[in-house]
Write a protein that binds this ligand. Structure first.
Ligand code: FEC
Length: 312
């Protein structure tokens, strides 16, 4: 018996190495291996950003350690963090199993993604819950923290800083647009009354307000839609950039508020693909820096964990 409360910190996961991309992609595709062409396309994207290093792993490790430190400050000796990844080892189930081996009886689960969708955070929770039930661990979950004041403050500081950088790199070009973005999901989530879109818009509106960005100067767009035949939520950022160019916009600050780390969907989809597309149509594009181990983000996570635990 361990009197500490376990904290299962869940994140997307990334391959261990370029050799591991196929296994990782197969896991994302629920056991269906990618075609050679699909595998090459994804491997090329990783090669373009990392050259053998996968930044999400180090960033997730850093966030888990940062959360442990913050919990230790706020509630000394009470919590112990475990990592559980969606598509790579240690998997979500491995994290729960480790808690059981350590004698943990009660735990809180939190995902390193602020917005709830049944297809994202919901699926992490489902897997953790099933394993915890099997192993007799009582678990509660933080479902979302998209309006936590410290998260909003950390993001708004980044928007303010990003706008200053954009003014310099674009030579004060006008008009400017702030584009809040997040990972697209299949359009069918709309039939499920899913809160994902509403929560993303709420975060965007609050961050815009705190950064003094008026309503006409920001909008929301999707990014990184999956390569499947079904329709995904749009417009995609590449289409949005075309529309903005048609409206005469000259400078864009992208704020990917649905993500919390530097990883493929930011470093490739935004920094390489979107930036290149923007420059071809006369738009200077900058992006806000990601949260990674930002102390305000660590406090957001720690306070959310503590309040989820105390609701029991
Ligand atoms: O840096 C890295 O190695 C990993 C970057 C990465 C993050 C991420 C976050 C989210 N995803 C979400 C939804 C989907 C859905 C599908 C899907 C597919 C991929 C593929 C790669 C990938 N995702 Fe991802 N996602 C990242 C990477 N994602 C690679 C496969 C190739 C491709 O389609 O581009 C479609 C498959 C399915 O049906 O499951 C849906 C959502 C997030 C943000 C929340 C979270 O972090 O969990 C939502 C980071």
């Amino acid at each position: 018996m361990n009197n500490k409360t376990g904290v299962l910190v869940m994140s997307y996961g990334t391959p261990q190495s370029l050799d591991d991309v196929e296994a990782y992609y197969t896991h994302i595709r629920r056991g269906h291996p990618p075609t050679e062409e699909q595998l090459k396309e994804l491997t090329d994207r990783y090669e373009a950003i990392v050259g053998g290093v996968f930044p999400l792993r180090e960033n997730t490790n850093g966030q888990v350690a940062g959360l442990q430190d913050k919990l230790e400050q706020l509630a000394p000796g009470r919590y112990v963090c475990y990592q559980g990844l969606k598509h790579a080892a240690p998997y979500i189930e491995d994290g729960v199993e480790q808690m059981a081996k350590d004698g943990i009886k009660e735990a809180v689960g939190i995902v390193l993604a602020p917005h709830y969708s049944v297809m994202s955070v919901g699926s992490y929770i489902k897997r953790a819950e099933a394993k915890a039930e099997e192993l007799g661990i009582k678990m509660s979950f933080v479902k979302e923290y998209h309006l936590h004041p410290k998260l909003l403050k950390a993001l708004s500081e980044r928007v303010t800083d990003g706008l200053q950088r954009l003014a310099v790199s674009s030579n004060n070009a006008q008009p400017v647009k702030v584009l809040f973005s997040a990972h697209s999901l299949p359009e069918k989530i709309r039939e499920l009354n899913d809160p994902y879109e509403e929560q993303l818009l709420a975060t965007s509106a609050e961050v815009a307000k705190l950064s003094n960005v008026d309503e006409a100067t920001w909008q929301f767009t999707w990014q990184s839609a999956g390569r499947t035949r079904e329709p995904w939520l749009g417009p995609d950022i590449l289409d949005t950039l075309q529309t903005l160019a048609g409206e005469g916009v000259k400078a864009v600050l992208v704020a990917p508020v649905g993500f919390v780390s530097d990883h493929l969907e930011v470093l490739y989809d935004l920094d390489l693909e979107a930036k290149q597309a923007a420059s071809e149509i006369g738009i200077t594009l900058e992006r806000i820096t990601m949260l990674n181990k930002d102390p305000l983000y660590m406090e957001t996570l720690a306070e959310s964990v503590i309040s989820a635990g105390s609701l029991e």
